[in-house]
Design a protein around this ligand. Structure first.
Ligand SMILES: Nc1ncnc2c1ncn2[C@@H]1O[C@H](COP(=O)(O)OP(=O)(O)OP(=O)(O)O)[C@@H](O)[C@H]1O
Ligand SMILES: *[C@@H]1O[C@H](CO)[C@@H](O)[C@H](O)[C@H]1NC(C)=O
Ligand SMILES: *[C@@H]1O[C@H](CO)[C@@H](O)[C@H](O)[C@H]1NC(C)=O
Ligand SMILES: *[C@@H]1O[C@H](CO)[C@@H](O)[C@H](O)[C@H]1NC(C)=O
Ligand SMILES: *[C@@H]1O[C@H](CO)[C@@H](O)[C@H](O)[C@H]1NC(C)=O
Length: 449
C-alpha cells in the first residue's frame, strides 16, 4: 500500500522521481514463489494477450489495419519509448480507477501534453489480488496485462473515437511485476452535469461521436468488440471529440450458445432475448450491448431536451429504437446522419411567419465585448449567443426574447458550420465600424436610436 508520504512525494517532486515511482511499485521485490493459482491466472492473461496480438498481426498483414503494429517490446518508429519518460516535465495526477492510474506530463520541446497510464498499486484490482494471493509482485503483473491488452488494442484499432497510443515503456524482464507505462493522447473527463447545460448541438455531437465509434467497433477488423465496463468515466474529450480511453475490459468474441435462451442480455432495468445464430454464437450481442449502454448512459441524458422542435420525433424514435434494441449500430448511425443532415440544411425550420421583415439591416457595425442580457444555453457566458441557420431563424429568436433589440450574425461557426448569432438589448454595445450587418427591431427605432 502506498504511504501518504509517498503520494505527497510524487505530487511535489520533479518529473524524474515521479517517473521512477511510475515505473516501480512501492514494495520490495519479494522472492517468495508465486502461488500456483496466481500462476494459472497469469498464464491465462498471457494467452489472451498473445491471441489478441496474433489477431492484430493477422489483421495488419491482411491490410485491415492502416498502421503496422510493432510487436510488443520492439521499437516502433512512430511511438515514444522509455527515453521519453526521462524527459517529460510538469507531471501531475489526473485520475485513477480500479486498475490504472493516470498522470499528465509535458513532452519537450513541443510542449505537447500526454497522459501516462500505469498500474494503480493502491487500486482495488491489485489490493483484492494481494488479499487473495499475498503476492504483490505477481498481482502487479496480473494488472499490467490489462494495460498491455489496452495498448495492443489502441495501437491496432484506428478510429477518431479511440484515444491514440503515443508511446509505451515496459520491461518484461523485471520479474515478477513487469513494469508498464503507456503514453496516450491527453483528454479531459466528461462532466455530465456541465454537458446538460451545453447547447443541444454540442450534446448531439457527443452522441454522434459515440455512435460512430460503436459502428466502428461493431464492424472492426478484430470482430465485433464489446466494451464490458461501459460507463461515462471510460470516455474523455480530446479537442472537442469524444474518445474511449479505457479498453482493458473488452471482448472481441461473441459467446457460444445452443439455444436462444443462452443469449439473454441483462441490464438492471431490462432484459433482452437474442437469437442463437447459425454458427452457434449469440450473433450481434456485442453490438447490442454497446448500444443499450449508449442509450442508458448517453442518449437519454443528452439527446432529447431543447432539441429543435421538428427533430424531436426523430430523436424520440432513436431513443425508442436503441432502448428496445430494435436498431443495430448501422441503423442507429443512419438515423443520426439523417438528423444531422436535417439540422445542417435547415430543413427542420418550420416555414411560417417571416420575422425578418420586422428588422432593419444596417451594414458596417461590430459589437463590443460587453455584458448584456443572457439566455440559455448560450455559447457566450456574458451574453446571449446561439447558433442559427440564417438571419430569418435569428429574427424569430430575437422576436421571442422580450429583451432583444438587435442581433448580429458573427463569423464564428459551430462544428456543423452554422454561424453564431449574438442577441443584444443595449445599443451601446454596437460600434459603427467594421463590416458586420446588424439587424435592428423596427419597433426599437421609436425609442433609442
Ligand atoms: N487519456 C486520458 N486523458 C485524460 N484522463 C484520462 C485518460 N485516460 C484515463 N483518464 C482518467 O483516468 C481515470 C482512470 O483511467 P482508466 O479508466 O483507464 O482506469 P481504470 O482503472 O481502468 O478505471 P475503471 O475503474 O473506471 O475501470 C479515468 O476515469 C479518466 O478520468
Ligand atoms: C481540433 O479540432 C479542430 C476542429 O475540428 C481541427 O480543425 C483541428 O485540426 C484539431 N486539432 C488537432 C490537434 O487535432
Ligand atoms: C416504442 O415504440 C413502440 C411502437 O413502435 C411503442 O409500442 C412503445 O411503447 C415505444 N416505447 C417507448 C419506451 O417509447
Ligand atoms: C453494417 O454495415 C457494414 C458496412 O456497410 C456491413 O459490412 C455490415 O454487414 C452491416 N451490418 C449489419 C448487421 O447489417
Ligand atoms: C448599456 O451599456 C452602457 C455602456 O456599457 C452601460 O453604461 C449601460 O448601463 C448599459 N445599459 C443597460 C440597460 O444595461
Amino acid at each position: 500500500m502506498p504511504a501518504p508520504e509517498a503520494l505527497l512525494a510524487w505530487l511535489a517532486t520533479p518529473a524524474l522521481l515521479t517517473v521512477a515511482l511510475v515505473l516501480s511499485g512501492p514494495w520490495r521485490l519479494s522472492d517468495s514463489p508465486l502461488p500456483r493459482s496466481l500462476v494459472r491466472e497469469l498464464e491465462r492473461r498471457q494467452q489472451d494477450l498473445s491471441r489478441l496480438e496474433a489477431a492484430a498481426d493477422a489483421g495488419a498483414r491482411a491490410g485491415a489495419f492502416p498502421r503496422r503494429r510493432a510487436p510488443l517490446g520492439a521499437a516502433a518508429a512512430d511511438l515514444l519509448g522509455c527515453s521519453a519518460l526521462k524527459e517529460v516535465t510538469s507531471v501531475s495526477f489526473v485520475g485513477s480507477g480500479i486498475t490504472k492510474r493516470v498522470l499528465r506530463a509535458t513532452l519537450p520541446p513541443s510542449g505537447e501534453e500526454i497522459a501516462l497510464k500505469s498500474v494503480h498499486w493502491a487500486g482495488n484490482d491489485v489490493s483484492r489480488c494481494v488479499q487473495r494471493y499475498g503476492h504483490p509482485g505477481g498481482c502487479y503483473r496480473l494488472a499490467a496485462y490489462k494495460l498491455l491488452q489496452e495498448a495492443v488494442l489502441m495501437q491496432s484499432l484506428d478510429h477518431p473515437g479511440i484515444v491514440k497510443l503515443r508511446g509505451r515503456c515496459y520491461d518484461r524482464s523485471s520479474a515478477p511485476e513487469m513494469k508498464v507505462v503507456t503514453m496516450l493522447e491527453l483528454g479531459t473527463p466528461l462532466e455530465m452535469i456541465n454537458l446538460l447545460q451545453t447547447p443541444w448541438e454540442e450534446r448531439f455531437k457527443i452522441c454522434l461521436d459515440l455512435v460512430e465509434l460503436l459502428y466502428y467497433l461493431a464492424n472492426s477488423p478484430l470482430g465485433s468488440i464489446v466494451l464490458l465496463d461501459f460507463q461515462t468515466r471510460q470516455f474523455v474529450m480530446v479537442n472537442g471529440s469524444l474518445k474511449v480511453t479505457d479498453l482493458d475490459d473488452v471482448s472481441t468474441k461473441e459467446p457460444s450458445c445452443q439455444l436462444d435462451h443462452d443469449c439473454t442480455l441483462e441490464f438492471p432495468t431490462k432484459r433482452f432475448s437474442l437469437r442463437c445464430g447459425m454458427h452457434k454464437r449469440c450473433e450481434g450481442i456485442n453490438e447490442k450491448k454497446n448500444l443499450f449502454n449508449a442509450y442508458r448512459y448517453f442518449f437519454t441524458y443528452l439527446l432529447p431536451h431543447t432539441a429543435p422542435f421538428v427533430l424531436q420525433p426523430l430523436l424520440k424514435d432513436i431513443l425508442n429504437a436503441t432502448g428496445n434494441l430494435r436498431f443495430g449500430a448501422n441503423e442507429t448511425l443512419r438515423a443520426f446522419q439523417k438528423v444531422l443532415h436535417l439540422y445542417k440544411s435547415g430543413l427542420y425550420l418550420q416555414k411560417k411567419t417571416t420575422y425578418l421583415k420586422d428588422y432593419v439591416a444596417l451594414k458596417g457595425f461590430q459589437s463590443r465585448d460587453a455584458e448584456d442580457y443572457k439566455c440559455w444555453p448560450s455559447y457566450r457566458h456574458l451574453g446571449c449567443m446561439l447558433s442559427v441557420h440564417n438571419p430569418e431563424e435569428a429574427a424569430s429568436i430575437c422576436s421571442s426574447h422580450p429583451q432583444c433589440q438587435h442581433f448580429i450574425i458573427t463569423p464564428r461557426r459551430t462544428w456543423t458550420g452554422r454561424p453564431l448569432a449574438l442577441f443584444q438589448s443595449n445599443f451601446s454595445d454596437l460600434i459603427p465600424e467594421g463590416n458586420m450587418v446588424v439587424y435592428i427591431k423596427r419597433s426599437a427605432f421609436s425609442g433609442s436610436l
